[in-house]
Write a protein that binds this ligand. Structure first.
Ligand code: SF4
Ligand code: SF4
Length: 93
């Protein structure tokens, strides 16, 4: 079994209303980017509960095949930032 440990980090996320957000950072284990045609975070979960995890999230998968950083449905950027509109700010078309 191969376990991926080299995911790009979500270095910043401005979506403070998301349950995985604390301190303007994402603490999910991994997120998926790409909801419909937009480079939005598909893992967003609007909830008053916020995770207590201190880990930094990785980008586990990305559906934006038209992004310059997308390699075989995965993100190859060094890290990404997510903006207040729940969008990947590192998306490069
Ligand atoms: S990157 Fe996505 S899952 Fe993580 S805190 Fe931001 S909106 Fe939520
Ligand atoms: S930088 Fe591109 S490939 Fe990486 S998560 Fe954002 S949209 Fe996807």
């Amino acid at each position: 079994m191969i376990i991926a440990t080299d995911m790009p980090e979500v270095t910043q996320c401005a979506v403070t209303q998301c349950a995985y957000n604390a301190g303007a950072a994402c603490h999910a284990r991994a997120i998926t980017v790409g909801e419909g045609d937009e480079p939005d975070c598909d893992t967003f979960f609007g909830n008053s509960h916020h995770t207590k995890s201190a880990r930094t999230a990785g980008v586990g998968a990305c559906k934006m095949t038209d992004c310059a950083h997308n390699d075989d449905l995965e993100c190859s950027a060094n890290g990404i930032k997510v903006g207040p509109s729940i969008n990947c700010l590192t998306y490069t078309h």
